[in-house]
Design a binder for this molecule. Structure first.
Ligand SMILES: Nc1ncnc2c1ncn2[C@@H]1O[C@H](COP(=O)(O)OP(=O)(O)OP(=O)(O)O)[C@@H](O)[C@H]1O
Length: 478
């Protein structure tokens, strides 16, 4: 069995690992670290909670200790919370080096970040948008000597989801040296393999944890089939049960929109559950504060959008509830991966309506495992159904009375301006596109109608012909 020493780590780093309870390398660390220490580009694909962060942090620290300078390493990651988490690992493991790090994420003061960048930190951990802003607007730092470029959750950084990082990545890739080591990690790398290979140019070492099932063995994956209108009652019932049966418990609930996240939080609080929200419409300081309160178990329930689906490492989470069935298997894999981490047990429960069954089939096909039905006492759920639905409606009304929707519009416009778009022009374009779509639909409808009419006409003709034929032939045949 490999040890950190046998993989080539120095004694100080091995000791530092020990202090953090990291005594033996996990498979992704065992396989990827030697290649990274050899100077190769590396792509590592291993299950959630399997120690991918240390698989790149440790070799970077080893190399940094041999030749320390700034800026030595840049880590890019899709969310702000994840950037802080990665920086924490660097700080904890790199303490004996006196590691200087800098976190560059949106929602935080840009001037302070600019100052820190100009002080040549060893390691910069950033979200792509904010770093690209600094590159565009400042000449007080450069990354010409950068030794390591790391893309954590690399597939997310390259896909064109609701937040598209590709333009910002281009800006960043233009200012980092071609001669560098590039490391790419994720639990779901394989879908974007070709794009990733073009970033890690020098014949990257590729390691994938081969296993039939793509989720961890310690995870008990369940579902509850429910009509849409009963979903919230199931949710309340589930939480009540966990609260009654466990002393030490902690649950993450994922939902599809910021608004839903806010409403669910309000609703669960009406039922006196210790719930707190995390979504992208909250101020960044509030996001960090809420996450900290959840991590320290002050609040036992975190209700989040997919902004929290990837990477967050909160060992106390025993249960993940999907309030909506994720539309993509990949998102499911990351969401449920917030529990059952580093060998611990965990449960995931997905609420599935009759319209989501095909999504469950897609998930099962991807993860190569079947979700099992979660046993519930329907009678208990029906008892609270009206009360839950009334409470939800009350929360919706309360939220409508605030400027939540307006804020959403303002945020959208802000984002467009940041992307160099004119919000009014975009609105006009959107309306025109919608109009074209409507007209196309109408046109299609008319064509369909005409086709149907023609078909009906033909059928009528056939029928009348058929009726006519016997009466015409009958005399001759008799
Ligand atoms: N060798 C090790 N032995 C024991 N625990 C470890 C080891 N390496 C890392 N860990 C711990 O395992 C936990 C999960 O690690 P990490 O967050 O790096 O997972 P990950 O693979 O990046 O997961 P995800 O895909 O969800 O981002 C962390 O708490 C980390 O400290």
């Amino acid at each position: 069995m490999a040890t950190f020493e046998s993989l080539g780590l120095s004694e100080w780093l091995v000791n530092q690992c020990k202090q953090m309870g990291i005594t033996r390398p996990t498979p992704v660390q065992e396989h990827c670290m030697p290649a990274i220490l050899e100077g190769r580009d590396c792509m590592g694909c291993a299950k959630t909670g399997s120690g991918k962060t240390a698989a790149f942090v440790l070799p970077v620290l080893q190399k940094l200790s041999e030749d320390p300078y700034g800026i030595f390493c840049l880590v890019l990651t899709p969310t702000r919370e994840l950037a802080y988490q990665i920086a924490e690992q660097f700080k904890a493991l790199g303490k004996p080096l006196g590691l200087k790090d800098c976190i560059v994420v949106g929602g935080m003061d840009m001037v302070t970040q600019g100052l820190e960048l100009s002080r040549k930190p060893h390691v910069v951990v950033a979200t792509p948008g904010r770093l690209a802003d600094h590159i565009r607007s400042s000449d007080t730092f450069d990354m010409k000597r950068l030794r390591f470029l790391i893309l954590d959750e690399a597939d997310r950084l390259l896909e064109q989801g609701c937040t598209d990082f590709t333009k910002d990545l281009e800006i960043i890739l233009n200012v980092v040296p071609a001669k560098r080591q590039t490391l790419l990690f994720s639990a779901t790398l394989t879908d974007t393999l070709q794009e990733l290979k073009s970033i890690a140019m020098n014949k990257p070492f590729f390691w994938e944890h081969k296993s039939e099932v793509r989720t961890v063995e310690e995870l008990d994956q369940r579902y509850i089939l429910t009509p849409e209108k009963v979903k919230d009652a199931y949710l309340v019932n589930l939480i009540q049960k966990f609260q009654d049966e466990h002393e030490d418990w902690s649950i993450m609930i994922f939902t599809n929109t910021c608004k839903n996240c806010q409403i669910l939080t309000m609703m669960l609080r009406e039922f006196k559950f210790p719930a707190i929200a995390l979504h992208s419409m909250m101020k960044q300081r509030q996001r960090f504060a809420n996450l900290a309160k959840f991590k320290s178990n002050v609040f036992k329930i975190l209700i989040a959008t997919d902004v929290a689906a990837r990477g967050l490492d909160i060992p106390t989470v025993q249960v993940v509830i999907n309030h909506n069935t994720p539309g993509l298997p990949k998102i499911y894999i990351h969401r449920v991966g917030r529990t059952a981490r580093a060998g611990r047990n965990g449960v995931s429960i997905t609420l599935v309506t009759q319209y989501d069954i095909h999504l469950v089939s897609a998930i099962e096909e991807q993860i190569q495992a079947k979700l099992k039905e979660y046993p519930v006492q329907e009678k208990e759920v029906l008892k609270i159904l009206t009360q839950v639905n009334v409470t939800r409606r009350q929360c919706e009304i309360k939220l409508e009375a605030t400027d939540f929707d307006e804020k959403k519009e303002i945020n959208k416009k802000k984002q467009m301006i940041l992307e160099g778009k004119d919000p009014d022009l975009e609105e006009k374009r959107k309306n025109e596109l919608a109009k074209i779509k409507r007209e196309k639909k109408k046109f299609k409808g008319r064509i369909q109608e005409a086709i149907q009419k023609k078909k009906k006409g033909k059928m009528l003709m056939k029928r009348t012909n058929r009726k006519k034929v016997p009466s015409q032939t009958a005399p001759g045949s008799s």
